[in-house]
Design a protein around this ligand. Structure first.
Ligand code: ADP
Ligand code: MG
Length: 301
């Protein structure tokens, strides 16, 4: 990856501000997306107490240069864009350079990272946004981020957290979405020491769908594929009419590798079933829409 630099104020000001750390689930989403942007083939997510006391994301990606690791935790520090023109066609999941800074400000973070072509990597600890330690370290190629005691220094936010089971379920939902969004990445999820998901990462959406939704639900889906103007393609799986469900909670839409919630897409999906007897029943789907990067403005919140 290119060097990590702090964006100049002009570019930073053009970026739609987002509240990136609301709960453990949002931390996990940011860290998984960083891992995927780093070219990881395998990502392991482990949480304890719903992610509140302990949350770890390990990848086998490109690692971080020891000279850059502190910069990564500064606001608006990113290796993914440089100028305002880069904002027009973003090819990575991240680009705001805010996540690590925001996470580290409200927790105790430990990062262990080594670039594959180096013998030594580095470990860095940051508490409440302040660097408390840095040393050379060995360890596997790639990056491990450990986040402990989320919101320990912001009692007002801590108060809004729900029970561990609820926070853990929200984490799991985000892990499942990332796994469905990126079938080329093997996603492993452990909750309180127990493995709850492992996708093969063989690149086939079908494999990820089987692992995430389970065999029974997967068998109720049929492959679909289409294309349109502007290089748009739609590919994935949708419910067989007989296998529609009582709710919409099995509808997953992705645009260029990002999970999105879209009324337009929900309506388009349901339109396709309008000749079926669908009273009180809804189709499920896992649909990937792909288009040119510059056809989508991801700089919105
Ligand atoms: P962004 O993803 O928007 O660039 P972040 O704050 O999430 O901002 O990360 C800052 C920078 O730290 C990234 O641009 C990237 O260079 C580096 N980084 C973060 N996580 C990883 C990782 N798992 N592997 C390699 N580099 C990483
Ligand atoms: Mg990021």
């Amino acid at each position: 990856m290119p060097h990590i630099q702090v964006l100049d104020t002009h570019v930073a000001d053009l970026i739609a501000a987002g509240e990136v750390v609301e709960r453990p689930a949002s931390v996990v989403k940011e860290l998984m997306e960083n891992a995927i942007d780093a070219g990881a083939r395998a990502v392991t997510v482990e949480i304890q107490n719903g992610g509140m006391s302990y949350l770890r994301v390990t990848d086998d990606g490109c690692g971080i240069d020891p000279l850059d690791v502190e910069t990564a935790f500064l606001r608006h520090a990113t290796s993914k864009i440089r100028t305002e023109y880069d904002l027009e066609a973003i090819g990575t999941l991240g680009f705001r350079g805010e996540a690590l800074a925001a996470i580290a400000a409200v927790s105790r973070v430990e990062v262990l990272t080594r670039q594959p072509d180096r013998d030594l990597g580095v470990s860095l600890t940051v508490e409440g946004g302040v660097v408390t330690g840095k040393e050379e370290a060995g360890g596997p190629a790639g990056t491990t981020m450990i986040v402990r005691d989320l919101f320990y220094n912001t009692p007002a936010r801590l108060k809004y957290m729900k029970k561990d089971a609820y926070e853990g379920a929200a984490v799991f939902a985000n892990v499942q979405r990332e796994a469905l969004a990126h079938p080329e990445v093997s996603v492993n999820f452990l909750r309180d020491g127990k493995q709850e998901l492992l996708t093969p990462g063989d690149g086939a959406l079908k494999s990820a769908v089987y692992a995430v939704l389970g065999r029974d639900l997967a068998l109720g889906l049929t492959p679909v594929r289409g294309s349109g103007e502007e290089h748009i393609t739609v590919e994935g799986f949708a419910s067989l009419p007989a296998c529609c469900r009582g709710s919409r909670n099995l509808q997953f839409f992705f645009v260029n590798g990002r999970f999105i919630k879209s009324r337009t897409m929900m309506a388009a999906l349901e339109e396709a079933y309008k000749n079926q007897h669908m009273v009180g029943k809804f189709p499920g789907c896992v649909l990937h829409v792909t288009t040119r990067a510059n056809a989508v403005d991801v700089n919105v919140h």
